[in-house]
Every structure is written in structure tokens, then in C-alpha cells.
Ligand binder design. Structure first.
Ligand SMILES: *[C@@H]1O[C@H](CO)[C@@H](O)[C@H](O)[C@H]1NC(C)=O
Ligand SMILES: *[C@@H]1O[C@H](CO)[C@@H](O)[C@H](O)[C@H]1NC(C)=O
Ligand SMILES: *[C@@H]1O[C@H](CO)[C@@H](O)[C@H](O)[C@H]1NC(C)=O
Ligand SMILES: *[C@@H]1O[C@H](CO)[C@@H](O)[C@H](O)[C@H]1NC(C)=O
Ligand SMILES: *[C@@H]1O[C@H](CO)[C@@H](O)[C@H](O)[C@H]1NC(C)=O
Length: 382
């Protein structure tokens, strides 16, 4: 965790998670690796004075106040698997803004050729090499759906962002089947005016059927030791539900809600539009044009999940993002007619200035509603 840069050394998020990880590793790993219902995670890097947490390793330190920029920076992880290379590029371009940091990951199930192609794209895209804010996880992980390797992969990416990504304010974890519904100018503008210690995570301790089916079974994740992808498997013995802390639906959610200094930072919403069966099954619906109006009316900044080349994505590009095929989403930093920014990337403008549009208004409505709702506090870690 040690880095050369003094400021970077003070970043606390990974140390915190790791210290909690050590003590809860065995139990948590098989429990609530977040399902599709909690795929978006915002984590904040502290800016104010917070009581020193107790770390297992004494050399780990809490982050001090970081830059006081008025406009925040976001660190994104976008991950995919076999066949997701093309969608991942598209999602990356739709989310791109020079202020932010990006890590992309194609898991080991994807062929080396597919990963190489993505690596070349990241390396050769003139804008990325000029700004230097897009990275690929070169040492790819094998990730098992619902398995502990989903968490370790997220931690791996977060570690890269902490080590190499400079200062940033929120971490957002997305997959290749997620897509934004507002521009980054909209998002950064709206987030500029809300407290940076807030964590948008959807969670509940009312775990219902998950107690029997997720908390008690002992599982093995083959991706921890095999290079070939296969499903989790279950050991016949079951264990008791832990009593030393309370379980919430999601690994990070459990860690945050059991730490006194973070409980009050939670906002119980993951800022995604997702269409579920009623009652919800394991997987959400694939979104289609029929979901368009409801999706926009939800005021959320992200939606999932989208099939590859889903026509709804084109509609989002034209009507919500103003993005041309192959292009970037126009904002104050760039509003060229040429969608490919090959030669003209050098014309990046002042990236602190934003041009918020209707998406900023929608997101503001959503967040104001969440923060001012009467049951805001009662929904925190309950
Ligand atoms: C990160 O996002 C992926 C894709 O949405 C999701 O499957 C995974 O559970 C998330 N990981 C965490 C730790 O929240
Ligand atoms: C893993 O996959 C490779 C390629 O498909 C195959 O040759 C190999 O036998 C597999 N190994 C195991 C242990 O299943
Ligand atoms: C969290 O909020 C509760 C209720 O408002 C308060 O009693 C408690 O002191 C707060 N904890 C921290 C660490 O701020
Ligand atoms: C933009 O780039 C894509 C792929 O590199 C190419 O197919 C397309 O023709 C380009 N469009 C323009 C207007 O240059
Ligand atoms: C960029 O814009 C911001 C806000 O208008 C301003 O404070 C800053 O000085 C500008 N930076 C440069 C390099 O022009």
C-alpha cells in the first residue's frame, strides 16, 4: 500500500477495507458478494477530520484532507468478461471526461486476443494517452459471478486507482452492461454541491431468504486457484450466521454499516435504473426501448442492464448524451463536431468548467429527494 508520494500514502480506503477484510475474510467471502441489486458503489475519500480508525497494521494511515477543488473527480472501474470488449469501449467513451480516472478490466475468460485489443485501444487512443487517465488491469483476474473474486477484483482496481490515479472523490463500480443516462458534465456539476463524504449504496439488513441461501452455505470459488472459469460450488456443511457484526446485502455495505464512523455517510440508493421482476429474481431484465421513458423519469445517472448493440443505447446516445457513434460525449471540455477527436484532441479546454444540461437537473431532483426525505436517517444501515 505504500506509495512514494506523500499525499498518496495517506489514502485510507484500501487500508480500512483490508484491515476489516483480515478479520472477516472467511465468513464474508461467501456471503453477500453483491448481487445485481447493488452494483454501484460510491466510496468517498475523507476530506474532513475524522477520528483515527484502528488499523491492524500500524503503518497504515488515514488520508488527510485532499485537494479542495470545487469540482469533484470520479474514479471509475468498468469491468467485463468474454465478448464484452466492444461494449466496454463504448461505455468507456460514453463515460469519459478528462477530470476523471478510469480502470478497465476484462477478466481472464476473455481471450488474450480480446484483452490485447482493449489494451491497444487504451494505449493508442490519442486522447487517453494525452490525458493519461485510462488504465487497463493488465494482470487480469478470473472473476466468478457472486464469488469472492468479484470483491477481490474490485479491490484490485481500487488499489490501482489509489496508487496511480491521483486525488479523486468517489469510486463508481460499473460493468460493460451499464450505461450513463447523463453526461459527465451533468454528473460532476451536480456532485459539486453535495457533501463528498456521502456513499451511495443500496443496502438492507433484512436479508430474508439470503440468510439461508447466501449467509449460511460454505462456498468455494474455483477462480481462486484455477485458470478455467466455472461456477461456485457448495460444501455440504453449513455455518451459523455471524454474531460479532450485522450482515447487510453487500460486502462493502456490511463493512461500512458496521463501522461507526461510516454508518452516517450512507445514502440508501445506488443511483441506477434497473428493471426487476416482481418479486426480484437473481437477474434484472435487459432494458429495451419500452423502458425508455420510465428510465429517464427515474432521474438516475446510470442504468443497467443492456444487451450488446441494444438499440436503446443509440437512443440514449442521441437524446440524452448528444454522443455520435464512435465519439465522446460533448461537454465544456470538448464540443467538436468531429466525433473521433484524432487530431483535434489537443483542443481540450479548461476541464474545471462544466456545461450542465437537463441531465444535471434530473440528478439534482433525485439527490435532493433522497437527502431531504423524511426517512433518510432511518434508512441508513437499517
Ligand atoms: C461491481 O460491479 C459489478 C458489475 O455491476 C458487480 O457485479 C459487482 O458485484 C460489483 N462489486 C462490488 C464489490 O460491489
Ligand atoms: C482449461 O481449459 C483449457 C482450454 O479450454 C483446457 O485445455 C484444459 O484442459 C482445462 N483445464 C481443466 C483443469 O479443466
Ligand atoms: C451518527 O448519527 C447518529 C444519529 O443522528 C448520532 O447519534 C451519531 O453520533 C452519529 N455518529 C457519528 C460517528 O457521527
Ligand atoms: C471514426 O472512427 C471509426 C472507428 O475508428 C471509423 O469507423 C469512422 O469512420 C470514423 N468517423 C469519422 C467521422 O472519422
Ligand atoms: C478554469 O476555469 C476555472 C473556473 O472558471 C478558473 O477558476 C480557472 O482559473 C481556469 N483555469 C485555467 C487554466 O484557465
Amino acid at each position: 500500500m505504500e506509495t512514494n508520494n506523500k499525499q498518496q500514502k495517506k489514502k485510507w480506503f484500501i487500508p480500512l477495507v483490508l484491515s476489516l477484510l483480515l478479520s472477516t475474510l472467511l465468513i464474508l467471502f461467501s456471503i453477500f458478494v453483491s448481487s445485481d441489486s447493488s452494483s454501484l458503489l460510491y466510496l468517498y475519500r475523507t476530506r474532513g477530520r475524522v477520528e483515527e480508525p484502528r488499523f491492524v497494521e500500524s503503518k497504515l494511515r488515514l488520508s488527510a484532507t485532499s485537494s479542495s477543488d470545487s469540482v469533484p473527480r470520479i474514479a471509475y472501474l468498468i469491468s467485463g468478461s468474454m465478448g464484452d470488449g466492444g461494449t466496454l469501449k463504448r461505455t468507456l467513451k460514453a463515460l469519459y471526461h478528462p477530470r476523471n480516472q478510469y480502470v478497465v478490466h476484462l477478466d481472464l475468460e476473455a481471450s488474450s486476443q480480446e484483452r490485447l485489443e482493449l489494451a491497444n485501444f487504451v494505449k493508442n487512443e490519442p486522447l487517453f494517452s494525452k490525458v493519461g487517465n485510462v488504465r487497463m488491469v493488465v494482470k487480469a483476474n478470473l472473476v466468478t459471478y457472486r464469488g469472492p473474486t468479484m470483491v477481490t477484483n474490485t479491490l484490485h482496481a481500487a488499489a490501482i486507482l489509489l496508487k496511480e490515479g491521483g486525488l479523486w472523490d468517489w469510486f463508481i463500480n460499473l460493468s460493460a452492461s451499464d450505461y450513463p443516462l447523463i453526461t459527465q458534465d451533468d454528473l460532476l456539476h451536480t456532485l459539486s454541491s453535495i457533501p463528498r463524504h456521502l456513499n451511495f449504496i443500496e443496502h438492507t439488513s433484512d436479508i430474508g431468504w439470503k440468510e439461508d441461501q447466501r449467509a449460511k452455505p460454505v462456498i468455494i470459488d474455483p477462480a481462486l486457484y484455477s485458470v478455467n472459469k466455472s461456477d461456485l460450488f457448495w460444501v455440504t456443511e453449513k455455518r451459523n450466521v455471524p454474531t460479532a457484526y450485522k450482515l447487510f446485502t453487500g460486502y462493502f455495505h456490511t463493512v461500512i454499516c458496521n463501522a461507526e464512523e461510516f454508518r452516517n455517510t450512507t445514502v440508501n440508493h445506488d443511483l441506477h435504473f434497473i428493471s426487476w421482476d416482481n418479486p426480484p429474481k437473481q437477474h434484472p431484465h435487459f432494458l429495451t426501448i419500452d423502458n425508455y421513458q420510465k428510465m429517464v423519469d427515474s432521474n438516475t445517472p446510470f442504468a443497467r442492464k443492456f444487451g450488446r448493440n441494444e438499440p436503446l443505447l443509440d437512443k440514449i446516445d442521441t437524446e440524452l448524451l448528444g454522443r455520435n457513434e464512435h465519439g465522446y460525449v460533448p461537454g465544456r471540455w470538448f464540443d467538436q463536431a468531429n466525433p473521433n477527436i484524432t487530431e483535434s484532441y489537443s483542443a481540450i479546454r479548461n476541464i474545471t468548467e462544466l456545461k450542465p444540461g437537463p441531465g444535471a437537473e434530473r440528478l439534482k431532483r433525485l439527490i435532493n429527494g433522497l437527502l431531504s426525505s423524511e426517512d433518510f436517517h432511518t434508512k441508513q444501515c437499517s
